[in-house]
Write a protein that binds this ligand. Structure first.
Ligand code: ATP
Ligand code: MG
Length: 141
C-alpha cells in the first residue's frame, strides 16, 4: 500500500467449499457495484474473484478472501486479497503462464484474472502459502 492510499475492509469470506466461492463472487460484485463499477467491469471482477477462490478450494483450502474499498486521492477501487496457508506455488512466474496447470485445468485462472484486473500480485513460496492481491480502479467519468 502506497503512502497516499487508504483502505477500508468490507468483507472477509472464509473459503473451503464451492458455496464459499459463490459467496465471495456475490460479495465482490455487490461491493463493486456499491462503489461505482458497472456492466462488464462487474463481470470481470466477479470472474477474477471466483478464479482465485476456486484455486484455494482446489489446491490450498482453507483460505479466505478479503474485500476492501481502496482510495487514492479522488480515485476509488476494489482490492481483493485471496490467501491461504496451503502448499504454495514453487514457481510463480510459471504459474502465471497461460495454459500452465498442475491439475489438468485450463491453466487460465491466474493469468486470466491478471488481465481482468488493473493490478495483480502473487506472493507465494513452496511451503509458505499463497497470497494473491488484485485491484481494480473505478473508471473516471
Ligand atoms: N492458492 C494456490 N495454492 C497452491 N497452488 C496454486 C494456487 N493457485 C494456483 N496454484 C497453482 O498454479 C497453477 C495455475 O493456476 P491457474 O488458476 O492459472 O490454473 P488451474 O487452476 O490449473 O486451471 P484453471 O484455473 O484454468 O481451471 C495451478 O495449477 C496450481 O498448481
Ligand atoms: Mg485455477
Amino acid at each position: 500500500m502506497k503512502d497516499n492510499e487508504a483502505r477500508q475492509v468490507g468483507r472477509q469470506i472464509p473459503i473451503t467449499s464451492d458455496l464459499d466461492i459463490v459467496e465471495a463472487r456475490m460479495a465482490a460484485r455487490t461491493l463493486a457495484a456499491k462503489i461505482g463499477f458497472t456492466g462488464a467491469n462487474l463481470v470481470m471482477i466477479a470472474t477474477a474473484v471466483s478464479e482465485v477462490a476456486r484455486n484455494i478450494v482446489e489446491y490450498a483450502k482453507p483460505g479466505e478472501v478479503i474485500l476492501s474499498v481502496i482510495e487514492n486521492g479522488p480515485r476509488r477501487g476494489l482490492e481483493v486479497v485471496a490467501r491461504d496457508n496451503g502448499p504454495g506455488i514453487p514457481d510463480v512466474a510459471q504459474a502465471m503462464v497461460d495454459g500452465y496447470s498442475t491439475s489438468r485445468g485450463l491453466g487460465l485462472g491466474l493469468p486470466g484474472s491478471r488481465r481482468l484486473m488493473d493490478e495483480f500480485y502473487v506472493d507465494s513460496k513452496a511451503g509458505k502459502g499463497t497470497t494473491v492481491t488484485m485491484r481494480k480502479w473505478v473508471p473516471e467519468k
